[in-house]
Ligand binder design. Structure first.
Ligand SMILES: [Zn+2]
Length: 122
């Protein structure tokens, strides 16, 4: 006697077979939307910007104006060192002039770094 009598009559159907397969086909051809083009006109980082930049934050996807923090970079310290050697009384100038410092852009909402500009002598 057959211990598995129901097995012969069962049809094992793959989930993607027959009519089920049709629902995975996209009914409409993909079109290039004009919205995509306008989104690409906004920057998503603030690299090489001296001042707060209007960008779309790549982390929280909001339209933001970046918050700029000034930091003493490698070239800022080189200028300090050169002034110490060449003209001692003015060595502190790079600490006072923000133009002589690196700029780090941060998102005011998620507080993540979204851009950086390094101060360069040349
Ligand atoms: Zn953000």
């Amino acid at each position: 006697m057959n211990p598995y009598p129901n097995l012969e009559n069962q049809q094992i159907q793959h989930p993607l077979d027959s009519q089920n397969r049709e629902q995975y086909v996209q009914p409409y051809p993909q079109q290039q939307s004009p919205i995509l083009f306008t989104q690409m006109m906004h920057r998503n980082n603030a690299n090489d910007c001296d001042f707060p930049a209007d960008i779309i934050c790549p982390y929280c996807q909001r339209m933001i104006q970046t918050h700029v923090q000034y930091k003493m970079g490698v070239y800022s310290w080189i200028v300090v060192f050169l002034l110490l050697v060449l003209f001692f009384p003015l060595f502190f100038l790079p600490f006072c002039f923000l133009e002589c410092q690196d700029k780090e852009h941060k998102c005011p909402h998620c507080n993540k770094k979204v851009g950086y500009k390094q101060y360069r002598i040349v």
